[in-house]
Design a protein around this ligand. Structure first.
Ligand code: NAD
Length: 508
């Protein structure tokens, strides 16, 4: 165990980070690469973990199959499975501060956000427990003397691959419905943020989840992650991450004809119409693009502003961006924490530099803070750019950092064409007092989620999906459980007669 949290102000009990991974119900020192977890607020290593190796995928899948068969998890009555999920939800709720502190240390996110993510994970387990108890099959209208039933069954072992930006929430979004559906789960958390998934596994164990039903294998995506997707006995994978990785995994899944859910990247438009409430719009746009330091798939990073209010809106946006408090995630004043790693921060800076070379003007940010106390952290100032059109690289590629580009529009049709002129289709924000206009735009935008006069608000009961290069399939909502089940139809004869085709006919 190697824990150092001095100077961060975040109290993390040592026991939260033992150097162990969770393979098939056993806590064990990993045999893979040494993962050094660095606090991005100060650049110091706070924990070390030996990751998983490809062999662990076999062990975890075998254990999952045995655990599912041995415990009969899939045949537990719905309220019995739901009771375990409720206990996991309660354990998450009871550990909000612990999870929040660990995730802030690992990712740099503000404590406000990481605690909210932990609470939302608790809500996800509870929602899936409740949804599980209301799951119904159907007796369908028969076209003969049969009973015809549409039923649903678990798939077996499911893989859950998650990114580093909102670990506990992404974990819950996959693990809760997959378990609710009666499956075993092998989770592959990201190397940059493995700790909260391991903590979740401990909470699941304490809550009475049958041993072996869940494994957590932190390790490199290209070896451990890919072995999980390719494993012949993994029946479904749910992946959240970058579009390039997702596209590759879609090929791996296609080879074995396995369903895969892909929640991928975005470059979401935010539209400010001339009649918008500017106080509401400025606050919402700032939150939409700069919260989580812009490291959010749904960041509203292309901001289309009607030309009649463009200058006023931009002045207010830039003033607001300059006022955002940049600092460590455990400082209650902080609105923009450090980026997840120094290398990721440098990648974001390089994209901004390239945009400037291609003609973008910097209205604010585009550098690291002057504050001497922040020099060793992975900070980048909230940045607003202008002076480019929607075809520019900075408007077409996902930055995954605190970078907004402001564009202007006059005509609604042209606006819709520009907003849709992207390979992505994840989210959109619309700011207007005119409901009909907002509704029209919401219908015209090709995106999985549209927010009107708000942004980045979520409910586990509402489905989430991406179009185009933003993904395939849907998570959350009541049907979230169904996406981890196979549908089966059953026909039962009610006539008691042999089928006439095969019955010898008497000669007349
Ligand atoms: P990433 O694609 O690099 O990694 C995501 C996960 O996949 C990690 O666990 C990684 O180890 C694993 N992985 C990488 N290569 C793999 C391979 N060949 N086989 C199997 N697994 C592999 O993404 P990231 O940098 O961790 O996350 C940022 C990306 O995630 C952004 O593009 C963001 O938009 C996207 N994201 C999307 C959503 C959504 O719901 N649509 C939510 C959050 C993040």
């Amino acid at each position: 165990m190697n824990v150092r949290s001095e100077g961060t102000g975040v109290a993390v009990p040592e026991a939260d980070t033992p150097d162990e991974i969770f393979v098939g119900g056993r806590w064990t020192r990993g045999r893979g690469t040494l993962i050094e977890s660095v606090n991005p607020a100060d650049g110091k290593v706070f924990a070390q973990l030996h990751g998983a190796v490809v062999d662990d995928v076999d062990l975890a899948v075998d254990a999952g199959l045995r655990a599912a068969a041995g415990s009969g998890w899939a045949t537990w009555l719905p309220h019995e499975r739901a009771a375990v999920l409720h206990r996991i939800g309660n354990a998450l709720e009871a550990n909000v501060d612990r999870i929040g502190a660990l995730q802030t240390l690992d990712t740099g996110k503000t404590l406000t956000e990481t605690r909210a993510l932990a609470r939302s994970a608790a809500g996800t387990f509870r929602f899936m427990a409740a949804a599980l108890e209301t799951m119904e099959g159907a007796m369908t209208p028969a076209r003969g003397n049969f009973l015809t039933l549409a039923t649903y069954e678990p798939m077996g072992v499911v893989g859950a691959i998650t990114p580093w930006n909102s670990p506990i929430a992404s974990d819950a979004q996959k693990i809760a419905p997959a378990l609710a559906a009666g499956n075993a789960v092998v989770s592959k958390p990201p190397v940059w943020a493995p700790w909260v998934t391991l903590l979740l596994a401990r909470l699941c164990e304490d809550a009475g989840l049958p041993t072996g039903l869940l494994s957590v294998l932190p390790g490199p995506g290209r070896t451990v992650g890919e072995a999980l997707v390719a494993h012949p006995q993994v029946s479904k994978v749910s992946f959240t991450g970058g579009t390039t990785t997702g596209r590759h995994l879609a090929h791996v899944a296609a080879d074995k004809l396995m369903p895969i859910t892909l929640e991928l990247g975005g470059k979401s438009p935010t539209i400010v119409f001339s009649d918008a409430d500017l106080d509401q719009a400025v606050a919402g746009v700032l939150f939409g693009v700069f919260s989580s330091s812009g490291q959010s798939c749904i960041a509203g990073s292309r901001i289309f502003v009607h030309s009649s209010i463009h200058d006023e809106f931009v002045d207010r946006l830039v003033a607001g961006a300059r006022q955002l408090h940049v600092g460590p995630g455990d400082d209650p004043r902080t609105q923009v924490g450090p980026m997840v790693t120094h290398s990721h921060r440098d990648g974001v800076a390089a994209m901004v530099d390239a945009a400037v070379e291609q003609g973008a003007q910097v209205l604010c940010g585009a550098g690291i803070p002057d504050d001497p106390a922040l020099q060793s952290g992975a900070y980048y100032l909230p940045t607003v750019l202008t002076g480019v059109d929607n075809a520019a690289t900075i408007c077409q590629e996902e930055v995954f950092g605190p970078v907004a580009v402001v564009l202007s529009f006059d005509d609604e049709d042209d606006l819709v064409a520009q907003a849709n002129d992207t390979v992505f289709g994840l989210a959109c924000g619309i700011w207007t007092r005119d409901f009909v206009k907002g509704w029209r735009a919401a219908q015209a935008i090709r995106a999985g989620t549209v927010w009107m006069n708000t942004y980045k608000q979520f409910s586990i009961s509402t489905p989430f999906s991406g179009l185009k290069d933003s993904g395939i399939g849907t998570e959350k909502g009541r049907d979230g459980i169904r996406s981890y089940m196979n549908q089966k139809s059953i026909y039962v004869d009610l006539s008691g007669h042999a089928l006439p085709w095969a019955t010898p006919q008497e000669e007349s």
